[in-house]
Design a binder for this molecule. Sequence first.
Ligand SMILES: [Zn+2]
Length: 206
Amino acid sequence: MLFLDELPEFGHSLLETLRQPLEDKVITISRAQGSVTFPANFILVGAMNPCPCGYYGDPFRRCTCPAGLVSRYQRRISGPFIDRVDIFIEVPHIDYEKLADNRLGEKSDKVQERANAARLIQHQRFQGTKLSCNADMMPTEVREFCQAEESAQSLLKAAMKQLYLSARAFHRILKLARTIADLENAGIIKAHHLAEAVQYRPRQTV
Ligand SMILES: [Zn+2]
């Protein structure tokens, strides 16, 4: 796993060089003597603030960034880069009541059991192929394994139009919906699986 904290601080050109390994899981280094290709299969995790001061869109504190800076900051992450990311999650301000709440959430070992079961389904699905998990699927496999019920299909059609999604994002949503369905041990992708996957696309930025 590669974790990049303060993602925009790495700068546009460095982040763009990650596009090849994210897509092909290899990285090619070219020098005068020739070029060498190395394996580079990793999970990329990035964290960023909504703006340099950190308060853009916050319901309680005012963003103090000068006009234009917020969009310049967010534009360091290009559209093609965003297209290659599976899951976007906004982490809003947490208030006192939530922090002081002593109720426990679901135990991690329960979540792990669910994840292991979903991994096993994928292992069986891709037996005899070079693929190991849903994220590895190419469009041919997406067509074969990401069958969605009719209501899920119309939901995806509406999302494609409303969010102006690219072909790459379309396949990503289907692969993610496949994983969400696997976590419920569901054979066919249902509308609520797809709705959850669509939620993980980025919202409109500034
Ligand atoms: Zn700000």
